[in-house]
Structures are given as C-alpha cells and as structure tokens.
Design a protein around this ligand. Structure first.
Ligand SMILES: *Cc1c(COP(=O)(O)O)cnc(C)c1O
Length: 339
C-alpha cells in the first residue's frame, strides 16, 4: 500500500483493526442502564482489578469520566487543585465550573510537567467563610507525553492524606506511563481514590473511557453519569473494543514510543527545531522553532500530507497506525521546508 498521508496529530486518529471489529460484532450485549450488559460489566471488572480498585464505570468519553468524578466528589463552592495545563482544567470546556459550580485552583507546572507540591500545599485553603473549600487534588499521567514518577505521586498522595483531600488521576494515557516505566499499571493507579483511563487514545478503541474507584464512589458516579447523559444501552459493542484494546494493545505501546524516538532522531537533523529530548518519554513530542515560522510549517505540512498539531509549540504524536515508512516519508517531505 502506498502511503500518501502521515497523520501525527494525535493517537486518537487510530482506527479499529479487523480483530477489534470482530470482537465488537460478536459482543454479548444487554441494556447497560439496567446494568445488564455482560461485556460492559466485564470491561469494568477487568480494568478495576487491573488498576487496583473495587469498581469501574464505562463512559463514552474521557471528558465525561473526569467531569463525573469531579461532580461526584465536589459540590457548589468546593475547590479542586489542578495543573494550569491539565486537560481537566484547560481542555474540558470548564465543565466542572459550568455544570457543578466547582472552582478550579490551577497551579503552573514546572518544566517537568508537574506542580511543585509545596505550592500545592500552600494553596490549600484554611477553613474560613471567605474561602472555597479545598477538597481534591487532580494529577495527570502521562502529561504532555511525560511520565510522572512514582515518587512524585506517592508524595502527592501523602499530602492528600495529611490534608484530607480526595486524590484523582486523569490517567487518559496511564498505560503509556506504565509501559515506559516497565511497571504494572496498578502500581501507578492503586494509590488514587479514582482514576480515569482512556481506551480511545493509543490503545486504539474507537470510543470509551473507564472511571475506577471504590464501590461506593462508583455507585454515586453512576447517578451523575445518567444526569449528564452518559447512560448507554447495548454499549457492550463499544466495551468489546475496549476489552480487546486492553488485552491486546498495551504492550505494543512500546512500539509507539520507539517510533517516537525514531522520529526525534530524524527531526534533530533540522537545525530550526529546538529539540528537548529529555522531555520525550512516550509517544509525543512538543517543539519550538528558532525561526518562529509556526503557521508556515503547519500549512506546509498540510499541503504535503503531513499532519500534526499545535501552533506553538508544534505537537507530533505516534500511534499504532504508523510505521517507520510513514516517519521516513514525513521527514523527507518536511525536509523541503527546513532546507
Ligand atoms: C484525551 C484526554 C482526555 C479525554 O478526552 P476525550 O476527548 O474525552 O477522549 C482527558 N485527559 C487527557 C490528558 C487526555 O489526553
């Protein structure tokens, strides 16, 4: 097959493979609003067990899964602490504030992508009628493609225990972190009160996220999922894709990371690109240009069939529907811009 387009915009562009489609077609289904879809039940059980939690809940999207976690823990006038660039805060339409009256307290991340925990602690409000009630700390892993260390997450957990905060992880790409760290995913997720995991990123399912936590939390979350319109019926068709993804596509995330390393090596020949390869841990790179010709590069890429995201910085993401041939072609075409 000849390649005419290289899509490096996101790992969300992956399409279900034929084995995944087969699993979807053959899924045993029921009405999940009545709790009767065996495939959804199995996906929730499988993922909660794997991540070290009592129960799970299937959602159509990661945005809804994070939103419902916040709505379940927090009420009007409550506050959660979150990174300034975190998806939950910056890329989810302000949902917690818009729909839940929940105040975010964003904190700027350092160059390592995480919030300074001293700053987090200093931001926790005193019990005083002037202040919102600080009730939760939200982390993200991976964040901007970077892996958050186990040590950092343990320190953050200790802080939450000390101050009685709930501890939520936006683990949209937590399997990328687990593969990069060569750890079982449960080691990275068991310490949180709740975790949201995406099935539709590098894992390659067409749709879906799972929220995991205690049985009591998940029971309460189920109400909120219904309230925001996330109750689905024969969703086992979708859960089957998620199960297939979890059972077959986790270890292969390493291929995406290796392909990213190959891309970074190729990009480093272009002197205009400011490469910080210590920031590339998984399947994403963000880079600036000395020339600042961001719009021109984006347009050039589009015109020659090399798609990527971001304006400044530029963002490129590898995924299961790309091979070295795609990367070679992308580098070859982009060399026309940089020469
Ligand atoms: C993709 C993503 C989500 C969920 O977004 P959806 O578009 O709903 O899938 C949440 N957090 C992070 C960090 C993500 O990358």
């Amino acid at each position: 097959m000849t390649i005419d387009r290289v899509d490096l915009r996101s790992d969300t562009v992956t399409k279900p493979c034929s084995a995944m489609m087969h699993a979807m077609q053959n899924a045993d289904v029921g009405d999940d609003v009545y709790g009767e879809d065996p495939t959804v039940i199995e996906l929730q059980r499988y993922l909660s067990e794997m991540t070290g939690h009592e129960a799970g809940l299937f959602f159509p999207s990661g945005v809804q899964s994070n939103l419902v976690a916040l709505l379940t823990y927090l009420g009007r006038g409550d506050e959660y602490i979150v990174g300034q660039n975190a998806h939950t805060y910056k890329y989810e339409g302000g949902g917690a504030a818009a729909l839940g009256g929940i105040q975010p307290q964003p904190i700027e991340e350092g160059s390592d992508g995480v919030m300074d925990l001293n700053k987090v602690e200093a931001t926790i409000k005193l019990d005083d009628i002037h202040f919102a009630k600080t009730k939760l700390l939200a982390l993200e892993n991976t964040t901007g493609g970077r892996v958050v260390s186990l040590e950092y997450m343990k320190s953050a957990q200790a802080l939450c225990l000390k101050h009685g905060l709930q501890f939520h992880l936006d683990g949209a790409r937590i399997f990328n972190a687990a593969v990069a760290l060569e750890k079982e995913v449960g080691e990275l997720t068991g310490m949180f009160d709740s975790v949201s995991v995406c099935l539709s990123k590098g894992l390659g399912a067409p749709i879906g996220s799972v929220l995991v936590g205690s049985s009591d939390f998940i029971e309460r979350a189920k109400r909120w999922r219904k309230t925001v319109g996330g109750g689905m019926r024969q969703s086992g068709i979708l859960a089957a894709a998620g199960l297939y993804a979890i059972q077959n596509n986790v270890q292969r995330l390493k291929d995406d990371h290796d392909l990213m390393a190959y891309l970074v090596e190729g990009l480093s020949q272009f002197s205009d690109i400011i490469i910080q390869d210590d920031q590339v841990h998984t399947n994403m790179i963000f880079f600036d240009l000395h020339s600042k010709k961001y719009d021109e590069l984006l347009e050039y890429g589009k015109a020659c069939g090399v798609l990527f995201g971001g304006r400044q910085p530029v963002r490129m993401v590898t995924h299961k529907d790309l091979t070295k041939d795609h990367i070679d072609l992308a580098l070859d075409r982009l060399s026309g811009f940089f020469s």
